[in-house]
Design a protein around this ligand. Structure first.
Ligand SMILES: NC(=O)c1ccc[n+]([C@@H]2O[C@H](COP(=O)([O-])OP(=O)(O)OC[C@H]3O[C@@H](n4cnc5c(N)ncnc54)[C@H](OP(=O)(O)O)[C@@H]3O)[C@@H](O)[C@H]2O)c1
Length: 273
């Protein structure tokens, strides 16, 4: 049910809101009475989600289509927001994807686009949102990293690296904002049922792996939001992922580097079969 208060409603900007964890985050925040700005590339999907959330929760929900591999997108989103006098109180940096191939086998333009969305765009959006949050003494930023941030990289992949960068930078940014009313949390989910794996060509992954290794988006999002409200620097979602995180911390680097990439490659092969 939508929370009713006397203060003006706060507004949340959710990136990658057209599917998966982003859509679930938008729904979670709508239930709590936040107005929303939803962004992703698929305008028709965003509009359908926005209409439903507006009708179900009596909130304002605006849609700004944007491709975050374009370095101008963050600036354009905030230009539109400023023009319409919308202030962002909550930022969910969620949009992202995996690359199916490696540094050596991808075209450079594909690598550059990946680095833009995964390593640059969320920083740019945060830089644009933070001054207003600090001025108003209230802000929440959830950065959707991954359990992969703690794991060694599989051969030629760039995914663990960008998620580790997000994790570490998010922690530093949180330190800079301590005591200001702005909370910043890096969220580390493990395998989650979304469109993510079919987009990298392993649609059957969930069917080929034990069910206990997977989380639903709602569980990820409610734990993530709770952690952000408490200003936790990092949250690894779900008991199984917390166990894997501990295991990774206890495994010597050399051993993890030998065994992890092989098991990830096996898992991917099974997902493709
Ligand atoms: N699923 C998992 O197992 C898992 C685990 C750990 C972390 N994560 C992380 O969780 C985040 C969300 O992923 P998900 O699992 O929810 O995947 P998903 O279902 O594929 O959703 C990805 C979202 O990102 C948007 N997006 C993709 N490319 C974009 C671009 N160039 N510009 C703007 N938006 C773009 C997509 O919308 P459009 O296609 O409409 O643009 C979609 O809304 C990602 O950062 C991912 O790395 C996922």
């Amino acid at each position: 049910m939508t929370e009713v208060t006397n203060r003006p409603r706060r507004t949340a900007l959710v990136t990658g809101a057209s599917a998966g964890i982003g859509e679930a985050f938008a729904t979670h925040l709508a239930r709590q009475g936040f107005n929303l700005v939803l962004t992703a590339r698929r305008l028709d999907v965003l509009q359908r989600i926005a209409e439903k959330l507006q009708a179900d929760h009596q909130i304002d929900c605006r849609v700004i289509p944007a491709d975050l591999t374009d370095p101008e997108s963050a600036r354009r989103i905030f230009y539109e927001l400023a023009r319409d006098e919308i202030e962002i109180d909550v930022l969910i940096n969620n949009a992202g994807f995996g690359l199916p191939k490696t540094l050596l086998t991808h075209d450079w333009r594909e690598i550059a686009a990946f680095m833009e969305i995964m390593a640059v765009s969320w920083l740019h959006l945060s830089k644009l949102a933070l001054p207003g949050m600090l001025e108003r003494g209230y802000g929440r930023i959830a950065n959707i990293a991954s359990l992969a941030a703690f794991a060694p990289e599989s051969p030629g992949s760039l995914y663990s690296g960008v998620k580790a960068q997000m994790l570490t930078t998010s922690r530093g940014l949180r330190q800079e904002c301590l005591g200001t009313g702005v909370h910043i949390t890096a969220v580390c989910p493990g395998y989650t049922h979304t469109e993510f794996h079919s987009r990298i060509g392993i649609p059957d992954l969930a069917k080929k792996m034990p069910r206990w290794m997977w989380q639903e988006t709602d569980a990820v999002v409610s734990e993530a939001w709770r952690a952000c409200e408490r200003n936790r620097p990092v949250v690894v979602t779900g008991a199984v992922n917390k166990m894997f995180r501990l295991l990774l911390a206890l495994t010597p680097d050399g051993l993890a580097e030998k065994s992890m990439p092989k098991s990830i490659a096996d898992v991917r092969k099974r997902g493709r079969a």
